[in-house]
Design a protein around this ligand. Sequence first.
Ligand code: AVJ
Length: 322
Amino acid sequence: MNVHAAALAHAHLPNEQTSAFARDAISDLSQHQKRLSPKYFYDSTGSELFEAITRLPEYYPTRTELGILRDRGSDIAAIIPKGAALIEFGAGATTKVRRLLEKSAFAAYVPVDISGEFIKAQADALSRDFPDLAIYPVAADFTASFALPEAVAHLPKVGFFPGSTIGNFEPYEASRFLRSARQILGTGAQMIIGADLEKDERLLHDAYNDAAGVTARFNLNVLERINRELGGDFDISAFTHHAIYNRERHRIEMHLISNKQQAVRMLGTSFSFRPGESIHTENSYKYSIERFGALARRSGWQVRESWTDPKGMFSVHALVAE
Ligand code: AVJ
């Protein structure tokens, strides 16, 4: 049994999710390029900080996508079969899905997310506003395979993946996700997906380096979470938020930079940091309409229609399973 496994075995962590967090954190911080998965940003503090990010003047994706769903709602509704089931991958706040539900006659809604309690609460609120809509929350990791509720087996399927969360995946992972969604939804299914677009680097830089410092707190929160849940002793003030646009890779990269030579302990394991050494915490890939179309086609989907806002800042695509 290697040292990390031994440390974990003695850690008596409260549940499987925390053990997975511990395993991933120890293995990722042991890499030559230290990293942490962006999925660990979203504890309750992180989810609140992200909601605050969506209201920032610099962070355009959320309001721009909402604008497209509002302005193109009837066009989207026109291509969606009546009485379909809407399956949302990584469902969170229901702001976006409400735009679709208001315009299209879905029979059922299936929010899928690992935070079972959160989507259950969101589903209860939604059912008050959409009393005729059958809602079936599914607590599952949407990046892996999961079973759809029997109750929607006979209904046409429409997937929904907004917010450019597809941008967090490496291109090969994005393709793997789209193939898995294709598998889960089945032949003839459709998918409505949001993808942020390449643009002036100044706009991209500002969207991830807001003047109020909310994104910095969102990024640093993953270290605070390690201290809270895994007994880490990160000195938060000894790390700095750093977000840059990598033109070659078409992505925003978020890092946490160590301000000095330091050692951090977590679950009986020590990690040393050189001055200027980074922890890579997130990639946010930015697509062009062409490159997104190519991704969809090599992942088992045909692009039926693509919509953008008047300034071409963000895109929403309707895909059809081959
Ligand atoms: C929720 C993944 C789409 O990448 O823009 C916001 C998360 N990170 N500010 C994004 C995020 C920094 C966001 N996604």
